[in-house]
Design a protein around this ligand. Sequence first.
Ligand SMILES: [Zn+2]
Length: 393
Amino acid sequence: MATTRVSEILPMKSPKQLEVRVLKRWRPFTPDPKRKTDMWYLLVDIHGDAIEATCEAKDVEHFSNLLEPQKSFKLNGYVSRPARNYMPMVPHKASLLLGRRVTVEPLENSDIPRYYYNFVRYDDLRARKTHPKPLTGLQHYLNIFNTLGAAEEPNDNLQKVAISDIITRATNDIQRRGKFMCNATISTIHEYRGWFSIKCGDCSKKGYSQDDTFVCSDCDMPSGPVLTYALNTIITDTTASTEAGFFTDALNSLTGFTCKDLVGKGNNNPNKLPPEIQNLIDTPLLLTINIRPNGSVGVDNARRITTISPPTPDPKSKNSKEKVDEQSITINVAPTQTSIEPKHINNPITTTQRSKEQPHEKSPHMPDTPVSIISQQIFHRSSQFTHFDSSSP
Ligand SMILES: [Zn+2]
């Protein structure tokens, strides 16, 4: 069988036979010694081009004798997916997932190099010297939305709240959580996080897009894939913005298509939004919001409305009480204040202090919003994308 160059592997394309050497393998650091992590491999071909590969924690033992460091192999049956954006070891845009469908054949006496150099342009050297902190909170957030329950019919009898109230409830354990109605628009769609999820219809494992179809890394998937909407967005009204996940019922209603049908219209790339979803940005919506016990915000149902009416303050929300109380003094926030350093979040400056320190300038970017709401919003956002490092608890 003909062999392909590593440099020719594209994400989401069917596998072709590779001849590669395993230069190294490693498991990412985890503070929990009991947690089993995936195994990562750095593979290089005879041209010196390298690619990353991963096998899942459950398959580490299976591959431990098959793919030994410094040995060379013919490799096929992998899943090619987009490379990780965060700190990849090689600049290649694809990376390989090694599942149970992978075939490995040892290659004796190969001339494949035993080293790999990834040279950095001199211009990039300064930026590369600083070690960035990983955004591990992101995966946690994704996992929350991957374990959501079934959605419900819209219920107009629910209490209508503003997004600032949603944030207050989501970030405060004492506030009542549950379902609410909210008028809002989608201001941002996190396209890079995908708009639908793929599951193997046979073994329930995560599936992958490949050419014009979907594959499972472990089985031939005779029953086909299970496709479900899972859209990560930022929703906005005049009071604030927050992260929110849209799921099956909401997107069935907004697009007029089931996920399977919309994917079937030539949209099988989860990281490329079809126009039916792209067009939802800035459209006025009536949302059924579910604030879950863990503080995540899901949209159980949604429909288009003609205009957004001004949000009614939530009388049960402490935040809204402050808002009503403070309306007489109307403190506006200068744009520079929106970038509150994380160290200030635990010791927020009180509204009174701020009003003395800050000029009462009208901000061109912010609505007339009390400081307390903005700091809640910033706290909420930063808690979704927690930076973990050795000093974190
Ligand atoms: Zn499967």
